[in-house]
Design a protein around this ligand. Structure first.
Ligand code: ZN
Length: 167
């Protein structure tokens, strides 16, 4: 098991649009396990490959209390439905920052697992929000993009200060 290095905002590599996975199998399975382990270690409830500088369409999510219900989604496609829901989001690439973001509260997910088997399920509430957040990463989008310019500037300053303090 390898812990992967997580990129931090405003690293330009977080803006890369991920490519669809075409090669499934043990190698991808190994990467998926590393991604999941990195997420648990951080600790976080979701991590996209983009955040560890791997630009393939793969995300790891686990919103369960006991950290025992992981979803590994390869080439995820979402159908959004339901009501709008405002929740507080955070991101392992934007450490220490939590802001309200509005998303839909219900999604239909279709994806593949790392071995290429199709997966489909519906999700609501926190799981739905988390999957939407991670899929945004694959498009090079961050949750801070939903905030005002002023808030984003404040966040960049805060993170720069944190980096200085820990350097
Ligand atoms: Zn994130």
């Amino acid at each position: 098991m390898t812990l992967l290095n997580i990129l931090h905002y405003p690293d330009p590599r977080l803006r890369t649009k991920a490519k669809p996975v075409t090669k499934f199998g043990p190698e991808l399975q190994q990467f998926a396990e590393d991604l999941l382990e990195t997420m648990y270690d951080a600790p976080g409830i979701g991590l996209a490959a983009t955040q560890v500088d791997v630009h393939k369409r793969i995300i790891a999510v686990d919103v369960s209390e006991n950290r025992d219900s992981p979803h590994i989604l390869v080439n995820p496609e979402l159908t959004l439905s339901g009501e709008l829901l405002e929740t507080e989001e955070g991101c392992l690439s934007v450490p220490g920052v939590y802001e309200q973001v509005t998303r839909v509260d219900h999604i239909e997910v279709s994806a593949r697992d790392p071995l290429g088997e199709p997966i489909s399920f519906s999700a609501s509430g926190l799981l739905a929000v988390c999957i939407q957040h991670e899929c945004d990463h694959l498009e090079g989008k961050l949750f801070v993009d939903y905030l005002s310019n002023l808030k984003r500037t404040r966040i960049r300053k805060k993170l720069a200060k944190q980096r200085k303090a820990s350097a």
